[in-house]
Design a protein around this ligand. Sequence first.
Ligand code: PHE
Length: 340
Amino acid sequence: MENRIRELKAQIESEAAKIASLDELKEVRFKYLSKNGAIPALMKQLGSLSKEERPAAGKVINEFKVWATELFDESEKDLASKALLKRYEDEAIDVTMPSKTRKAGHLHPVTLVRNELIDAFTGMGFTVFEGPEIDDDFHNFTALNVSADHPARDKQDTFYINDDLLLRTHTSTGQIRALETMEPPFKIISPGRVFRCDDDGTHAPMFHQMEGLVIDKNLSLCDLQGLLDTLAKTVFDKNTKTRFRPSFFPFTEPSVEVDVTCCECHGAGCNLCKGTGWIEILGGGVVNRKVIENCGLDADVYSGLAFGTGLDRIAMLKYGVNNIHLLYDGDVRISDQFRK
Ligand code: PHE
């Protein structure tokens, strides 16, 4: 019995020294200590010993079993801490490594102007009404009292899709679409893309406008002045002043062109305003009664105010962009400057 124990002890020691993982340890532990393992097998042999020999032999086997259990427990602790260390090493993060930066996107200057205006006008009870970019001759011209021989209808200014359909040349189409579908009184703004065959430093074939339309009873040019004053102060600054100049649009009567004090020199006169101190930013007026009638409303009951402004033009003035194409070339060096 003692020989067998000595033999097993040597065997366990040499095997334990070679164990490299917790799984291997489990196997070795099983081989010696499980129910049918080598050490319980020794216990079973006790029966073949004499009554006198049994207690001493039982004690020796028990001590051997405790020794083996402690050896395996020790080895397990050792392996577990080594495994943990290895995990720490594998998962180590080098905090001194340069980080990967990811640039956040930002809004286009025209979108910034558009959002500012939407905020200001919805604050005054206007709703946003978006019309289609492809519209027909009726909504873009006829209903707006643009006569059949008006030069704006010329194929050189308008992108026609066929004899009737076209890419809208202004957001004034929104006036007609709103009058057709909304119950007066109402106040809408209609921002969106518009298209004209025009291409130079200050004109692009696609640009943006925002239309405003108020339909109610007894509206006058004074009401329009108040609205447009707010518009100018919103996009430029609180000290911006507006002035109306008489003008002509087929869909408004009377019609005005609206200037604001130059955002660069504040009225003193500079290159941007060509020395006048004023810059034109929009057109507007009292809605022509023919337009109201064209949309089936009684022009003796309802009156309207309308205005239209170029969002690209405002963005260019506001941010000092001197060529409209810079807004649309997609050069990130330009758009990066509008990070807010
Ligand atoms: N639609 C006109 C333009 O494109 C602007 C305008 C809108 C004028 C509303 C008067 C009223 O120039």
